[in-house]
Design a protein around this ligand. Structure first.
Ligand code: ADP
Length: 604
């Protein structure tokens, strides 16, 4: 990293801290200055007391100095304690902001980035680094330590400036002290550089294992995993696997710690030697006279403190430079752009819902893959049309829906809404015309009404109507608090656990409540029992009303009610037409799939 880049990252850290966590940052620095400078008050006044006593000054004067010391230190300590309490309270806010910034980023990030394994790895890595106190948290520590050290250096210099002008100490000795301090600073820089390098290498080589441990924790915490672990007797296997990974991690950690300790040693020895040197020089000055006993006491402490602060400052600066690598990675995650938000056109709100969508020669590859999930897909569908998409697993059906609702942008070709490329529309506006139910829907532990309305406010009657349309009516009637019942027990112990099929019905109701002109259903009945599935099909026209519906299913029988069926195979559309037309083509894929399924139903 160049010096300019270091400076840029440090400045960004400082600006971020002052903008997002201003109170904490200011308290941190104020407390650091005050607590550092307070330590010098007794040193200064002790020198005055010693000199006063030797000069035979009246007791009154001595008592005055003593009272002043106690008074100032007492008041400063009181203020420090208060600042420390405030600082601690503000620190909790820093954690909250940190957690919130991750959630905010995840919510505002393009779906494409969220699914990108590299982004996932980056997120794991910086979260882990935050947890072990690197990046932003270490940055605060550095700010605190640098402020402390700067205050100590200023106070020490103020109290020792006269030492460097003492005629009784030869220039050579003064220079020797300066050279000693410089050598200690240099050695400390080298040691810190080596230690940080060892830490960085260790952290970089531990990313995979930390991700593994985190996944394991998530797996164990998820109660569904308990069944698998017991039924497949995985306990012993998991334990052995993790124990050996854990042992390997700690053995490497121990080796790195030993090497770090070896680097600390020479700097520590030189520091002790330096202190003895300063002491010897001052003793020599005292014996030669020309310096008061009080001043000797003051110089001994302050010169040592000055040397110590300079060495520590070097160390902290070195650590701060090293932490810039972590901070850079930290900010790089939050800088991931969201390309989805580039468009600005408003989507025309049409009462007649006259929308036309066209896929024009669309091809798509998932990030980081070489194989096309969709290849040269061209398809048009109009308002009110019911389009079914069928095909075997992996043929590209879900990908087609993901592109349609802009979770990804096509690699080649374009998708048009009323003749305009969908990338030109404002993202939120465009999304507002789709209601989607994916197979892997997720519902949050909120009140049923809030889940269906996807918001705090909901119209009870409409929520009920949508749930009934989605065939959830009977279950709703049995819920203790109706639409005010909480889903799951994570928030409310009186909440209800729901089955996969019931969840799918609620997800369908949520799509209906949104009341968008397009309804996209990706295997909306996969988790339903045959009776519920039949009811959804047979009521589908009533459920979707005038809306344009795109319906994905691998069960062909459920697509017969659609006006048009597109058959996907290996990412391409290989057939299109009504059920009867497609069936008439005896050599076609549709007919093959249909016969295979019909056979299955007859034999079972
Ligand atoms: P279908 O819905 O027809 O079962 P998909 O559209 O889900 O098929 O998948 C089409 C192809 O894209 C498959 O080969 C699948 O492995 C691949 N695929 C799906 N999602 C991803 C992803 N997030 N990253 C990489 N490849 C993916």
């Amino acid at each position: 990293m160049t010096a300019r880049e270091h400076l840029r990252i440090f400045r960004r850290g400082a600006e971020y801290s002052l903008r997002v966590n201003r109170k904490y940052t200011v308290l941190l620095m104020a407390n650091a200055v005050l607590s550092s400078v307070t330590g010098y008050v007794p040193i200064y006044f002790s020198a005055r007391v010693i000199d006063a006593l030797i000069a035979g000054a009246p007791v009154r004067t001595v008592l005055f100095y003593a009272a002043l010391t106690v008074g100032i230190v007492f008041a400063a300590n009181l203020l420090c304690t208060y600042l420390a309490c405030e600082k601690e309270a503000a620190r909790k806010g820093v954690w909250r902001n940190e957690e919130w910034s991750y959630s905010e980023k995840a919510m505002g990030m393009a779906y494409e980035s969220m699914e990108d394994p590299e982004v996932d790895r980056l997120r794991y890595r910086i979260r882990r680094e935050s947890q072990i106190g690197q990046n932003l948290f270490l940055f605060y520590q550095h700010i605190e330590r640098l402020t402390c050290q700067a205050a100590r250096i200023a106070a020490s210099l103020a109290l020792t400036a006269s030492f460097f002008t003492l005629p009784s100490v030869p220039l050579g000795l003064k220079l020797a002290i300066g050279a000693g301090v410089a050598a200690a600073m240099l050695l400390q820089t080298l040691a810190t550089q080596k230690i940080n390098g060892l830490d960085r290498d260790f952290n970089a080589s531990s990313v995979e294992i930390n991700i593994l441990f985190e996944h394991f924790d998530d797996y164990i915490a998820h109660y569904g995993a308990g069944k698998d672990v017991r039924l497949y007797g995985m306990g012993g296997f998991l334990r052995d696997f993790l124990l050996s990974a854990d042992r390997e991690y700690w053995e490497r950690d121990l080796k790195v710690s030993c090497r770090k300790a070896l680097w600390t040693l020479p700097a520590a020895v030189l520091n002790i030697g330096l202190k003895f040197g300063v002491y010897a020089v001052l003793l020599y000055a005292a014996m030669r006279g020309g310096v008061t006993a009080g001043s000797i006491a003051k110089y001994v402490t302050c010169v040592m403190l000055l040397a110590e602060a300079l060495v520590r400052m070097t160390e902290t600066l070195q650590e701060a430079l090293d932490n810039n690598h972590y901070l850079k990675r930290y900010f790089s995650y939050f800088d991931i752009p969201n390309r989805m938000y580039q468009g600005s056109l408003t989507v025309e709100k049409r009462d007649d819902n006259e929308y036309e969508v066209e896929f024009r020669n669309v091809s798509f590859r998932y990030p980081g893959t070489k194989v096309y999930a969709l290849k040269d897909v061209s398809l048009k569908f109009q308002v009110g049309e019911r389009l079914a998409i069928v095909g075997m697993n992996g043929s590209g059906k879900t990908t087609f829906i993901k592109l349609l609702c802009r979770l990804y942008d096509p690699t080649e070709g374009e998708i048009l809404l009323n003749g305009v490329n969908i990338q030109k529309y404002d993202y939120d506006e465009y999304m507002s015309i789709f209601s989607v139910v994916f197979q892997d829907f997720s519902l949050f532990a909120l009140k049923l009404g809030e889940v269906v309305a996807a918001g705090r406010e909901f119209e009870e009657a409409r929520v009920r109507e949508c749930l009934e349309k989605a065939n959830f009516g009977q279950r709703l009637a049995a819920l203790p608090k109706g639409v005010h019942t909480y889903l799951y027990k994570s928030y409310d112990p009186e909440g209800v656990e729901i089955s996969g099929g019931e969840g799918q019905k609620i997800a369908l109701a949520r799509a209906l409540y949104k009341d968008a002109p397009f309804i996209l259903l990706d295997e909306p009945t996969a988790a339903l029992d045959p009776v519920s599935e039949y009811e959804v099909y047979s009521n589908f026209n009533r459920i979707s009303g005038e809306k344009t519906a795109v319906y994905i299913s691998h069960r062909l029988a459920s697509c017969r009610f659609c006006d048009r069926i597109a058959v996907f195979h290996r990412g391409r559309i290989i057939q299109q037409g009504s059920h009867e037309e497609l069936l008439a083509d005896r050599a076609g894929k549709y007919c093959e799939l249909w016969n295979a399924q019909a056979q299955y139903y007859i034999t079972s």
